[in-house]
Design a protein around this ligand. Sequence first.
Ligand code: C5P
Length: 226
Amino acid sequence: LPFWVVIPAAGVGSRMQADRPKQYLPLGDRALIEHTLDCFLGQPGLNGLVVCLAADDAWWPALACASDQRIQRAGGGRERADSVLSGLHKLTELGALDSDWVLVHDAARPHLAATDLHKLLDSLQDDPVGGLLAVPVRDTLKQADADGRVTATPDRSLFWQAYTPQMFRLGALRQALADALACGALITDEASAMERAGFAPRLIEGRADNIKVTRPEDMEWLTRLR
Ligand code: C5P
């Protein structure tokens, strides 16, 4: 199945308390984002890959992959949705059609299994909307007020964690993201923009170890997983 990839990598990663954005932290002998890119490069069906970088990003040029001709660059934006939108425009410049499939994947999620990538592509190739990798929540969920006092315990069997890649048609995703941004809606993933536009993305169950590096201890986990 032919597809394009957008990797938003313009975040600052403030929750990591590190000296650099989290996608540039070392994991083994390379930067985290290089492992993430490896999950896609060389995959059959890959039409092109765009990385969205902050304008003042001084880390990317130092990486070996910065000279890789298979990787195109786009600008980043204030919010994740701005960065992804910029990546989608770049894909159009590269010849992508509005009906083409685009996979959006976090730069900070370096442990995507090829089996999960193929499961996503195979499961959604004939889907009218698209969808995303997701994992059923394991823990009991609590809703709480601002003081940390529990106000409700929802039925956890209804809840999933949204992972990436998230896979949608280029034109529909661009429209959904642009509309959400224009309204100032809170959009933390591509699926929520699609939901706002009236679509129902499909969840494809993936592996729980496709984690997004968010806190310092996540790097220790990843080092052990490898
Ligand atoms: O902050 P969070 O962990 O949700 O970021 C998810 C991904 O979105 C990261 O790869 C980050 O670099 C990217 N991002 C971006 N532009 C922003 C904010 C986040 O590309 N303005």
